[in-house]
Design a protein around this ligand. Structure first.
Ligand SMILES: Cc1cc2nc3c(=O)[nH]c(=O)nc-3n(C[C@H](O)[C@H](O)[C@H](O)COP(=O)(O)O)c2cc1C
Length: 216
């Protein structure tokens, strides 16, 4: 009797049972998932990249805070470090004056670190600054690499990218459910941001995500 897998008891004789078990597991999981397929699909079908924001329309305070309160919700973090944090660049959000805010995993509210117009700076840091400057706000995700690299070596860098992806998808789903448009944008100059935010050598920028009201 030949073994199919050297590290299990799977053989030609019990293969049939094994396949049946896998199929029945899949159908059970599928049945369970059916319950959530509908609402999730609605969010997904709404989403596409926005490149035409209405600069005159603000995001409501309530919607902004809903996104922030859930941004760091329910995502996995390699090593449980949770060292991806956000800088919020605000143009047009109700009750939040223009400027740059810091917002971390454990923060209740964003903290203003610069008050004032950000558009002139954004022009120097982004290729597609016309789009970004019409958004209501954008999030610059940054990460402190130290604990990740210490524990995982170069793989820690990959993990930070994955973690940022998890958080970004949260933001995209939350904003899409509110009919707020999203623009993932990788065309920025890291050093411009690093200088203005005074990031240290261990801190990296992991993503940039702009949100705003679409011109319909
Ligand atoms: C990490 C990342 C970086 C991106 N950078 C840019 C960018 O610099 N400029 C741009 O116009 N779109 C950018 N996009 C958006 C993609 O072009 C877009 O998602 C793709 O064309 C698919 O279109 P859809 O989002 O409408 O489905 C980026 C998307 C991701 C995930």
């Amino acid at each position: 009797m030949s073994k199919i897998h050297s590290r299990t008891d799977l053989t030609n004789n019990n293969l049939h049972n094994f396949v049946n078990n896998v199929e029945s597991f899949h159908s059970t999981v599928f049945q369970k998932h059916k319950k959530i397929v509908k609402p999730t699909n609605l969010i997904y079908s709404n989403r596409k990249t926005s490149r035409d924001f209405n600069e005159n329309k603000e995001i409501k305070e309530e919607d902004f805070e809903y996104i922030l309160n859930n941004l760091y919700n329910s995502y996995p973090s390699a090593g449980g470090f949770y060292d991806v944090y956000s800088y919020l660049f605000i143009n047009n959000v109700e009750s939040y004056p223009s400027g740059i805010y810091h917002y971390n995993f454990s923060d209740e509210k964003p903290k203003c670190i610069y008050a004032g117009d950000i558009k002139a700076f954004v022009e120097t840091a982004n290729i597609q600054h016309e789009i970004i400057n019409k958004s209501s706000f954008f999030i610059l995700f940054c990460a402190d690499t130290r604990r990740y690299i210490k524990k995982y070596g170069e793989r820690g860098y990959r993990f930070l990218m994955l973690e940022t992806g998890h958080i970004s998808q949260n933001v995209i789903n939350l904003s899409s459910s509110l009919n707020i448009g999203n623009f993932s944008c990788g065309g920025y100059l890291d050093n411009r941001y690093k200088d203005v935010l005074e990031l240290n050598d261990y801190e990296i920028i992991t993503h940039q995500l702009a949100l705003g009201i679409n011109i319909i």
